[in-house]
Design a protein around this ligand. Structure first.
Ligand code: HEM
Length: 137
């Protein structure tokens, strides 16, 4: 059965042209060659992730169940992970890292607010000091 075929990421990366286009989505390998011209989102985006891991790009669009059915039909095998290969890009990691960056940016927002407050307080203090010096003269 062709579905049980295993590809290394290096093998998949060789299939990156319009006439021979493989893509990894969630550790499965898909042959998108026949679908390039039919993709409602255009051929460009498929060629962009040709031979690579397109999990994130695919999920970011929020593809329909129909799109997932088409994907099932393009399945040719699964990824054989080799030592040193990058970690699979799963949606879970995407959300985890984006929520991390959200909390980081929230932290930065609070930090910025504190800096503005402290800056304002120093400016106010300096102004008072100068005024006091002026009236002392
Ligand atoms: C072999 C993998 C893919 C299949 C089978 C597929 C299939 C589809 C289908 C059926 C649609 C129509 C809307 C829907 O049913 O959700 C669609 C839309 C779209 N796809 Fe894909 N897609 C694939 C990969 C990708 C990738 C990697 C991207 C990269 C960003 C992408 C970007 C888009 C965009 C932007 C649309 C929206 C087009 C529009 O509404 O104008 N697709 N895709």
């Amino acid at each position: 059965m062709s579905e049980s075929k295993e590809f290394t990421l290096q093998e998949v990366s060789g299939h990156n042209t319009k006439k021979d286009l493989y893509m990894v989505i969630h550790d499965k390998v898909y042959d998108c060659t026949s679908f390039v011209d039919e993709h409602p989102g255009g051929e460009e985006v498929l060629l962009d992730v040709g031979g690579q891991d397109g999990s994130e790009a695919f999920e970011d669009v929020g593809h329909s169940d129909e799109a997932r059915e088409i994907l099932d039909g393009l399945l040719v095998g699964s990824v054989k992970r080799m030592p040193g290969d990058p970690e699979p890009k799963s949606h879970a990691t995407t959300t985890a890292s984006s929520s991390n960056s959200n909390s980081n940016s929230a932290g930065f927002g609070v930090g910025l607010y504190a800096i503005i407050l402290i800056g304002g307080a120093i400016a106010y203090g300096a102004y008072n000091y100068l005024e006091a010096q002026k009236s002392a003269q």
